[in-house]
Write a new protein. Structure first.
Lengths: 384, 302
């Protein structure tokens, strides 16, 4: 049944049904509506979780780490500066192989301070060992949480995940969504079965230090688990599709890509605008399509190369900038398509909540087809 | 790691601590006091490094190390999880003075304010020893460290120790205590009291470091004793913010403690710095006054 509700509340509803035992969160805009809703659910005895009102994001993730190591399913949510404050813990959670699921309400990073949406925050943690999933709309955000717990807790993976959805654009937007019932979620997501846990009956040491004789092998194993996560995600996605008739099993998803000469690559809510723009361009006779990236980590390089076979020009929309280099997605897409003969151009767009419209998408397609790219698009040159 | 040999301590020998290491003794006494039904959270530092070089561990109880500054937050999560699972293990942090007084202050303050049922033990060796003897907020006045070196225009560390027990008592901690490895039975008794007191409890145990302070490795216990006997360290308990039971002593002059450690050698050579020694004596006198530790004639001990 479809209900109209705010994105943040929809996420809180599904998190409740995933039955986390411990929630630790610190308020930060635009994540607050999620954690407020969860706090109310705990207060109303709708959710049997211990809710730790930590004094910082750094402690939020540290507490989740401890609770997960002790054998409980955990949840947190953050964004932007909060995620930056968690930087050190993020690497630690992945290194300790704890299947923490955290929602990222994507927001830009200061300075200058900005509470508005881009994807700089989660993308800046791309090397931390967390899986990264990006939702286009609130239904996808809801569903990806269930899938994320399944994948993270799989003993072939044992890694944490960010479920990313765009701040304000999705978090504060009312859309019709279908929230699975508790019975449906229980049928899809079994109770947490930790691979190892802190337990006096079986004393183990977690987080020992590694000399040069061992460190590289630990890192290798995390990387291997990332790669395995792709298959586990596909399987979890297929089973989800069987149960809920919504299919997220592919790490990338094409839209009107079949005979396209030019493809746009994008992640997150911007894909909705791109699809509308493509429809208009198609009506005008242009052979344009979209490849949406759902999974940024592990990076689906082969799937991207496969999906873009036959495309001559690619325009990547990057809502982030690796300052001094280029957009993070574009850089990796260029690497994935190197030697294919496909021309890839990167566009830094819509940072810090800057609006992007259908005409901008059309403008970017024109630029790419003219061979002009690797630039910021939409700058207000009059204020430079 | 299950089924330890009969009579073997839960903190097992064969670790990599220096001979005469005060913190290693504190770890052993801690587990003797807690027994097996405990989960230990250890911050980054000497103890973590010397006790767990992968794939070896000295810990016969469940143990976790995450980061330098987050032990109290990790412990908060563990405690919450155990509560939801209906489990009975006690949660104990053991962290150095740098991890406690300085970098971990935020997490500790949060955990104590929230009232988690955890025991936080600071093994206080009065500087960052693992990184090479740099000053911390626990370094005493006039101690020479690698970042507070004594010099022509410096007495060494220019500040007194931060009053961490007082700060945590002010958070409403039901039980706060100081202890010393020179008095092992007292330390164990305090650990047992802390883990059996609901809510966040704090114990700061004095653990002299022969490498960092500069004394012979066979002198560790003597050094811990002298700290107490001079009044520069006071063993006391605070229950709901009120000091109870401070250990009384017949005080010796501070010189007897200072003159035996390299970190205070600049007070004696090349010239005898009576001015600085007098400053340190004042600190001991103030401790004696605050805690009422002086044994006067015919007064019973404790």
């Amino acid at each position: 049944m479809l209900e109209i509700m705010e994105g943040s509340h929809a996420v809180a509803e599904i998190v409740k049904r995933c039955r986390p035992q411990v929630i630790a969160a610190y308020p930060i805009t635009p994540q607050t509506h999620i954690v407020e809703a969860l706090a109310q659910m705990v207060a109303d005895c709708e959710l049997d979780a211990d809710y730790i009102t930590v004094e910082s994001e750094f402690s939020a993730l540290s507490a989740c780490l401890g609770a997960s190591a002790a054998g409980s399913r955990v949840y947190s949510a953050t964004t932007s500066q909060g995620l930056a404050l968690m930087f050190e813990v993020c690497f630690n959670v992945a290194g300790l192989r704890q299947p923490v699921v955290m929602t990222i309400a994507n927001r830009s990073l200061g300075a200058p301070l900005s509470i508005w949406n881009d994807q700089q925050d989660s993308i800046s943690l791309r090397d931390s060992g967390w899986l990264q999933l990006y939702a286009e709309d609130n239904q996808e955000a809801v569903d990806l949480h269930m899938i994320a717990y399944r994948v993270c807790e799989d003993h072939d993976v044992l890694l944490p995940a960010f479920v990313c959805f765009d701040g304000y654009v999705l978090t504060h937007t009312y859309e019709p969504v279908s929230i699975p019932t508790q019975e449906e979620v229980d049928a899809y997501l079994p109770a947490f079965n930790p691979y190892q846990r802190l337990d006096a009956n079986n004393p183990l040491s977690f987080g020992m230090y590694a000399t040069p004789d061992y460190y590289m092998e630990f890192r290798y194993e995390i990387d291997q688990a990332q790669h395995r996560a792709k298959e586990v995600f596909a399987k979890a996605g297929r089973e989800f599709a069987e149960q809920f008739e919504r299919d997220y099993s592919a790490p990338v998803e094409g839209y009107r890509l079949e005979d396209a000469d030019t493809a746009i690559l994008a992640m997150g809510s911007i894909c909705g605008t791109v699809k509308d723009a493509i429809d208009e361009m198609r009506d005008a006779g242009k052979k344009v399509g979209l490849l949406k990236i759902r999974m940024f980590r592990p990076f689906p390089a082969d799937e991207i190369a496969d999906a873009l076979k036959g495309v001559s020009t690619v325009a990547v929309l990057d809502r982030n900038i690796s300052l001094g280099s280029g957009g993070a997605v574009g850089t990796e897409v260029k690497a994935a398509l190197s030697g294919s003969g496909t021309a890839v151009y990167d566009y830094i767009v819509a940072l810090g909540g800057r609006d992007i419209r259908k005409k901008d998408i059309a403008g970017i397609v024109d630029l790419a087809e003219e061979g002009r790219g690797d630039m910021f698009y939409g700058l207000r040159t009059e204020v430079l | 790691m299950t089924g330890l040999p009969e009579g073997c301590d839960l903190f097992t020998p064969g670790h990599r601590a220096c001979g005469g290491c005060g913190p290693a003794l504190a770890a052993r006494l801690l587990l003797k006091a807690t027994g097996e039904n405990v989960i230990v959270v250890n911050s980054t530092g000497c103890m973590e490094v010397f006790s767990t070089p992968y794939p070896e561990t000295a810990w016969g109880v469940p143990w976790i190390h995450s980061l330098f500054e987050n032990a109290a937050a990790v412990a908060s999560g563990i405690e919450a999880a155990l509560k939801k699972q209906g489990r009975s293990e006690k949660v104990v942090c053991i962290c150095g003075d740098g991890a406690t007084f300085d970098i971990g202050m935020l997490c500790i303050s949060g955990a104590f304010e929230r009232g988690h049922d955890i025991t936080y033990i600071c093994y206080d060796n009065e500087a960052y020893m693992n990184t090479g003897i740099q000053r911390s907020g626990a370094t005493p006045y006039a101690a020479s460290t690698t970042t507070s070196p004594a010099g022509a225009c410096s007495p060494g560390n220019v500040r007194q120790k931060k009053d961490m027990p007082g700060i945590l008592a002010a958070h409403g901690a039901p039980y706060v205590a100081t202890a010393s490895i020179a008095y092992p039975a007292d330390f164990e008794k305090k650990v047992r009291r802390a883990i059996n007191t609901p809510g966040p409890c704090y114990i700061q145990v004095h653990t002299p470091c022969c490498t960092g302070w500069g004394f012979e490795s066979g002198e560790t216990i003597n050094m811990a004793k002298l700290a107490i006997e001079t009044g520069l360290w006071v063993n006391y308990e605070m229950v709901n913010g009120v000091v109870e039971k401070a250990k009384k002593v017949k005080r010796k002059p501070v010189e007897e403690y200072l003159s035996r450690q390299k970190r205070f050698q600049h007070l004696f050579k090349p010239s005898h710095r009576d001015d600085l020694i007098a400053e340190i004596q004042k600190i001991a006198d103030a401790n004696a006054e605050r805690f009422g530790i002086d044994i006067r004639s015919k007064e019973p001990i404790e």
